[in-house]
Design a protein around this ligand. Structure first.
Ligand SMILES: [Zn+2]
Ligand SMILES: [Zn+2]
Length: 255
């Protein structure tokens, strides 16, 4: 049993969720967290989660989604108030793809943290070139009260440690399999097994041997296998612990 803790089923072109899930099942991938990046596609995510067993949804606005899309705590809480919604996000900070005055990005991030705490569902954090501000805002908003996951983690060990101290899990994507990702591989070797998740972030960031192609949830197997080899553990061990971690973190997810 293996979980893809972060994918975007509705963004994968030339495919449909049912085909993708069937392909993943054939590889032993049993559960999926289909992650929201904007409020206008949330109804689609919710209907997929309601229709297909073991597919869960989150609600939130990606940090790179236009600053025109605003949301308040009350709206997020209302949208999250469905048993198929198990997390708030993806939210966070991205200084790579957004520039200029990013006060709006900070504020929207804070709103998501407040909603997560109030609704009692963990956070999915996206952070790129913004580790220090991400950690600072998580601290200022007392995110330790709800916890969550640092998704598609690419930062250093110190950042991982600080996030884990606030109750966050560290999720590795296909990036960890890339030849030039030596520093990240060192982090993946160090993160305690009981704090680690795996994901695809499909359709992005396909792992080796599919690097450069469209990613899909079935490929999370390659991420888990790579980490198993890296840590000299069995594939089953990595699959089992990351699955247990997923259900411990997202405790409202029922099988
Ligand atoms: Zn992301
Ligand atoms: Zn994502």
């Amino acid at each position: 049993m293996l979980v893809d803790s972060h994918c975007h089923l509705d963004l994968i072109k030339n495919s449909n969720p049912d085909t993708l899930i069937a392909a993943a099942h054939a590889q032993g991938v049993s559960h999926f967290l289909n992650v929201s990046i904007a409020l206008d596609h949330f109804p689609t995510l919710l209907s997929i989660a309601q229709r297909i067993d073991n597919v869960f949804a989150s609600v939130g606005i990606h940090p790179n989604t236009s600053s025109d899309m605003t949301v308040d705590v009350k709206t997020l809480k209302t949208m999250a108030n469905d048993p198929n919604v198990i997390a708030i996000g993806e939210t966070g900070l991205d200084y790579f793809r957004s520039q200029g005055d990013l006060t709006w990005q900070h504020q929207r991030f804070r709103t998501h943290i407040q909603a997560a705490k109030e609704v009692g569902k963990p956070l999915i954090i996206h952070s790129r070139d913004a580790a220090q501000d991400t950690l600072r805002i998580l601290r200022e908003e007392n995110a330790v009260a709800i916890g969550g996951v640092m998704h598609c983690f690419v930062e250093d060990w110190e950042t991982a440690q600080q996030a884990m101290e606030m109750g966050f899990y560290i999720s590795f994507s296909g990036i960890v399999t890339f030849k030039n990702a030596k520093a990240l591989q060192a982090v993946a070797k160090q993160v305690p097994l009981d704090r680690m998740l795996v994901e695809t972030d499909a359709p992005y960031l396909a792992p080796v041997p599919y690097r450069g192609k469209t990613n899909q949830p079935a490929y999370v197997k390659h991420v888990a296998q790579f980490i198993a080899d890296l840590r000299e553990e069995t594939f089953e061990k990595i699959a089992n612990v990351t699955t247990e971690n997923f259900f411990r973190l997202f405790s409202s997810a029922t099988t």
